[in-house]
Design a protein. Structure first.
Length: 143
């Protein structure tokens, strides 16, 4: 039985490599997005801690420091939300690139599977024909 070979195997390997690279890039983009979200969560926790500590406080310095901190949190939050929006856009772009890479890879893999099935069918027919020739050849020699 001869061996199956797919003419586009090298291209398929390149497409698989591109797909894995796109997966890595998407992972990096999602990690950056998560990092920004964690910073936002941390700021929110710190703000909640300060608010609970400041409840009922009459010390002017503490109140002034808390007001400064709230200003800092608002500014930082705006910057982080802007970064998060940019990171989400980048993640979506990376997701689209990955989706296209997967489609290209899948189409070649489907073609390979179809050609392999056709190859198996042709091999079965060829083997069957050879067996038929052997069987009919034996009967011809015995007669």
């Amino acid at each position: 039985m001869k061996r199956f070979s797919f003419e586009l195997e090298e291209i398929l390997n390149i497409r698989k490599f591109e797909q894995s690279q796109a997966e890595v890039e998407l992972g990096k983009a999602l990690a950056e997005e998560q990092k920004i979200q964690n910073e936002l969560d941390s700021l929110a926790r710190h703000q909640a801690e300060i608010q609970s500590k400041m409840k009922g406080s009459t010390n002017f310095n503490d109140i002034a420091n808390a007001a400064d901190f709230y200003s800092f949190v608002r500014n930082k939050k705006e910057n982080l939300l802007s970064e998060l929006a940019k990171a989400k856009i980048l993640s979506e772009q990376k997701r689209d690139v990955l989706k296209k890479a997967i489609q290209k890879t899948d189409s070649l893999e489907k073609l390979k599977e179809d050609q392999f099935e056709e190859f198996k069918e042709n091999e079965k027919r060829r083997e069957q024909s050879e067996m038929d020739n052997i069987v009919t050849g034996r009967f011809k020699f015995k007669s």
